[in-house]
Design a binder for this molecule. Structure first.
Ligand SMILES: [Zn+2]
Length: 159
């Protein structure tokens, strides 16, 4: 429904996650999520879907206003994004591994990393926590490249 001033009413996280389905409940098959996430988005945006998903994930992650990484891990568990392990890579950067990734786990690898939305989400969350500019690169991908985890290197540009 258009708002009174004719602006396009933005849907925020709190609203999008309100669910009222007395019979079907709170859950839907992962297949449905992937149709939207992998097929519909790429149909609409082609190759630029990757960058758009990253930026959109980043904006969302920043807007969550999380105070520390443990809240992020908790959120990922609640939303069943995956099983999260945090650590460091060989450069001493924060590295986040996602096991059983909701976006790609189980797929026949098409030969490219698929989880740019998740990478953006991590970037936004860490940027919100650290107040520094953050760049995230997906270095491994389960369903995209055949790895054991979707792994993300987090580069924080300290200002
Ligand atoms: Zn992945």
């Amino acid at each position: 429904m258009p708002s009174e001033n004719g602006n396009f009413a933005k849907i925020d996280f709190a609203n999008a996650t309100k669910v009222l389905r007395p019979t079907l409940g709170n859950e839907a098959p992962i297949a449905l999520f992937r149709l939207v996430r992998l097929i519909l988005l790429e149909d609409m945006f082609g190759v630029s879907a990757t960058a758009s998903s990253y930026l959109s994930g980043k904006q969302l992650g920043k807007g969550l206003g999380l105070r520390d990484l443990s809240q992020f891990v908790e959120l990922c568990e609640q939303l069943k994004i995956g099983i999260i392990k945090t650590g460091e890579n060989h450069k001493g950067q924060l590295h986040i591994d996602v096991y059983e990734c909701v976006t790609c786990s189980g797929m026949t690898p098409p030969g490219r990393a698929l989880c740019s939305f998740e990478g953006g989400l991590i970037a936004g969350v860490v940027e919100g926590i650290s107040k520094n500019k953050v760049n995230v690169r997906e270095v491994t991908c389960i369903g995209g490249l055949g790895h054991e985890t979707c792994g993300f290197d987090v580069a924080v540009n300290e200002s």
